[in-house]
Design a protein around this ligand. Structure first.
Ligand code: GDP
Length: 427
């Protein structure tokens, strides 16, 4: 049995979707354990290019069971749309299960996300406005609804009555927007619930059996360590834990089950939304890296917004790998750096005149300046290469540099966005 967690070591967009799609071939189950439709995992395979927002990246293998765990923020409309899209594009019908304990996005979550950003104006967080922060706030304030609760209309009405009443006060008096009608809210949730009722199940007992039978299970994280609400760049973080340590909770597995934590590390840095970003580039250098990055430039898979880009940040990556408890690194997007004569990398921060290699609190991070070194570039395309030995020496040295800085072995190197553009390193 192997229970492998694939998580981001940086700010998200490290290429987790690509790695999960690649690793899912040898898996029986793939589980999303946190987050919602606020980010996109890009997968490019024989069926085309997909940006999966909610579905686990194992959906392209008809034998893999794909689970949305209780830790996920379930946008039912988005789930239905994504499943339809796969069907329209010729992907065989995937096996999908939704935990009966997964909470559903309620109609006001997206509204509040949008209205709050409007209210904050220049101080907004750059939210994708998918309702994530209001969703998790409500979940932990115990005014959420679990998927398995959608089918008793009377009970649903009873529970939602006082909640809608309170939300309407905010809508009317804080945001000055139209209020909601309880009956309409109940009808809509019930109808959406009926459309996915066949997917809802007791996934915890399914997983318990899967572990007992020694199945191969992949846990797919969303965003990255630096967006974790406790250990990331709070408050420019997300609202659910992005760490492997949370994966068993968000999935419904015993903590001892995880056998490997693969931290996906990007060969350079990128971030979407507001918050400190020490190695961020501006001007022409940023433009060039952004246009050459990703599979078609560094633009958000969810929003199409240009991503902020910068050089590899060893301080942030070492911290990200540590917080993830990484046992192996998958180093992605290495091919992108092939245009540079010399590759700048950040090995320390200078804060108030002192150098440090520790990742500080957000307020201090704002004052950090990158201490840069340069590594020799390889100045050639490497996307066709499939073995480590065939990589140019400078690219191998870059991998060794990442390993040394992070203190974790690089087990996979991704040299392009397609499934097959992956190098597995022998142990
Ligand atoms: P995720 O959310 O971590 O799955 O990452 P995203 O899908 O948001 O962003 C990663 C971007 O990089 C996507 O455009 C991928 O197609 C692309 N990508 C992934 N791995 C590689 C790689 O090794 N090389 C290149 N050039 N692009 C990659």
């Amino acid at each position: 049995m192997a229970v492998t967690c694939v998580v981001g070591a940086n700010w998200g967009d490290e290429g987790k979707g690509k790695m999960v799609d690649y690793l899912a071939e040898k898996s029986d189950v793939v589980i999303r354990f946190q987050g919602g439709s606020n980010a996109g995992h890009t997968v490019i395979n024989q069926y085309g290019k997909f940006a999966l927002h909610l579905l686990p990246s194992g959906v392209f293998y008809p034998d893999v069971v794909n689970i949305l765990g209780p830790g996920v923020a379930l946008d039912m409309g988005e789930l239905i749309r994504e499943l339809d899209d796969l069907k329209k594009r010729g992907v065989p019908e995937p096996k999908v299960m939704v935990s009966e304990r997964t909470q559903v996005m309620l109609p006001w979550h997206k509204l509040f996300d949008t209205y709050e950003e409007e209210r904050l104006g220049a101080r907004q967080f750059g939210s994708t406005r998918s309702g994530i922060a209001p969703f998790y706030s409500d979940k932990y304030a115990k005014v959420g609804v679990q998927a398995g609760e959608l089918f008793d209309k009377e009970a649903l009405r009873d529970r939602l009555g006082p909640i809608v009443e309170a939300k309407n006060v905010l809508l009317e008096h804080l945001y000055h927007k139209p209020t909601m009608n309880l009956d309409e809210v109940v009808d809509r949730l019930y109808e959406d619930g009926m459309k996915i009722r066949h997917l809802i199940a007791d996934t915890s007992s399914f997983l318990h059996d899967a572990v007992k039978k020694g199945k191969n299970i992949l846990l797919e994280g969303q965003l990255g360590a630096l967006r974790d609400p406790d250990h990331g760049i709070y408050p420019f973080s997300t609202s659910s834990s992005t760490l492997a340590g949370f994966a068993t909770v968000g999935a419904g597995l015993p903590p001892w089950a995880i056998t490997e934590v693969i931290a996906v590390v990007k060969a350079y840095s990128s971030a979407v939304g507001a918050g400190p970003f020490v190695t961020e580039l501006q001007g022409e250098a940023a433009h060039e890296l952004r246009e050459r990055g990703g599979d078609a430039g560094e633009y958000g898979a969810k929003t199409g917004r240009p991503r902020r880009v910068g050089w590899f940040d060893a301080v942030a990556t070492r911290y990200g790998c540590r917080m993830q408890g990484a046992t192996t690194i998958a180093l992605t997007l290495l091919d992108v750096l092939g245009y540079l004569d010399k590759i700048p990398v950040c090995t320390a921060y200078e804060i108030d005149g002192k150098q440090t290699t520790e990742f500080p609190l957000t307020g201090t991070l704002d004052r950090a300046k990158p201490v840069l070194e340069e590594l020799p570039g390889w100045k050639q395309a490497i996307s066709h290469i499939r073995t480590f030995d065939q990589l140019p020496k400078q690219a191998k040295d870059y991998v060794a540099f990442v390993e040394e800085q992070a203190g974790v072995r690089v087990g996979w190197i991704s040299v392009g966005p397609r499934r097959e553009q992956t190098i597995m390193r022998n142990r």
